[in-house]
Design a protein around this ligand. Structure first.
Ligand code: ATP
Ligand code: FE2
Length: 328
């Protein structure tokens, strides 16, 4: 059985093709890049997806060596995300499902978790999900991925990107900040953890202030990473301790950061917990994660009716709103 999954929540239009054993046959994408100094303009991103969608779908089918006739299920990211972008993904999914294939709406955050679990064989982890718009510490409990801590303002990736944009780094600034940080030294910055929740935006403001006051960019990048990642490690360690779990899974676009991997790895080692990171190709937004999560939904609820009219986008759907039928 084959599922074709479409990702289109924000900057990336991705198409993945995955079988019911978790073999990834294709994972193609095209990414919208905003003009320098700008964040994502939703309508422009949606236009990018409209224009590039057919080609990405064609490429994915070609790489998998199949035609659309071989696809059994079509899944798409239904939220959370930018409504104009989500709508393009849903329209492509409806077109491909062509009223004859089951069409499944997938939560984008859960897809970031499930591709990580598939590729690392992590079983029951505390999940550190850090991407552009989202920062959540999650774990499975009573039928759902429950959120034990999260950002109170912007996501970690967007915090890094916002600082990068303000100091003239190109898009996406995350990897550039990581590189600059390697040659930096400590400067004092605030540290904001409230209970199990985190706040990044005030720290970004202070970093921009320090940059304008003449502090070295490398030093700010280093210190900003140390503070942001320490905050995450603190909350993750507390979640592990309270839940009595023995695994951590790092996923989402910021999982690509090697300093974050190192810091979480050290904490896990000291506690005797296993640490896994999603492979870098699947850290950022991709279609394979949507296809695999489509398969999981299908397997846990095979007889759900194929009613296209019930399918819609959910721009504000939270991770903990979705029932997880595939974990007992
Ligand atoms: P979401 O999953 O919240 O909808 P998204 O779709 O914007 O977010 P992803 O593709 O999962 O995001 O992640 C993109 C983010 O990852 C960007 O903010 C980018 O700066 C960040 N990022 C990528 N590589 C690195 C890195 N090496 N270090 C830090 N951040 C990184
Ligand atoms: Fe994402």
């Amino acid at each position: 059985m084959l599922c074709l999954g479409i990702e289109s929540t924000a900057h990336t239009f991705g198409v993945g093709i995955v079988d019911d054993k978790g073999n990834i046959l294709a994972n193609e994408k095209s990414t919208y890049r905003p003009a320098s100094g700008w964040g994502i303009i939703p309508v422009d991103a949606a236009n990018h997806h409209k224009k590039s969608g057919s080609k990405v779908i064609e490429n994915a089918l070609e790489i998998a060596g199949i035609s659309i006739k071989d696809i059994d299920i079509v899944s798409f990211s239904q939220g959370p995300g930018l409504a104009p972008c989500l709508k393009v993904g849903m329209e492509y999914a409806r077109y491909l499902a062509n009223k004859s294939r089951r069409i499944i709406g997938v939560n984008h955050c859960i897809a970031h978790i499930e591709i990580g679990r598939l590729l690392t064989e992590s079983k029951d982890p505390v999940i550190v999900y850090v991407s552009g718009a989202n920062t959540q510490i999650l774990s499975f409990s009573s039928g759902r991925y429950r959120c034990f801590g999260e950002t109170m303002d912007i996501g970690l990736g967007n915090a890094l990107d916002k600082f990068g944009r303000n100091v003239g780094l190109g898009f996406p600034p995350g990897p550039k900040i990581e590189k600059l940080a390697k040659n930096g030294n400590w400067v004092d910055l605030p540290y904001v953890v409230k209970g199990m929740d985190l706040s990044f935006s005030g720290i970004v403001t202070e970093c921009i202030r320090k940059y304008n006051a003449g502090y070295k960019l490398e030093d700010i990048c280093f210190s900003m990473q140390e503070v942001f990642f320490s905050m995450l490690v603190e909350v993750t360690e507390r979640a592990l301790a309270h839940l009595g779990k023995k695994e951590v899974l790092l996923t989402g676009g910021v999982a690509a950061n090697t300093r974050l991997q190192e810091m979480l790895g050290i904490m896990c080692k000291e506690r005797g917990a296993e640490f896994n990171t999603v492979p870098i190709e699947y850290a950022g937004d991709n279609g394979a994660m949507i296809a695999w999560t489509g398969i999981l939904h299908y397997k846990s609820n095979k007889n759900a009716p194929c009613n296209e009219n019930d399918i819609d986008i959910q721009p504000r759907q939270r991770t903990d709103m979705v029932e997880i039928g595939w974990i007992k």
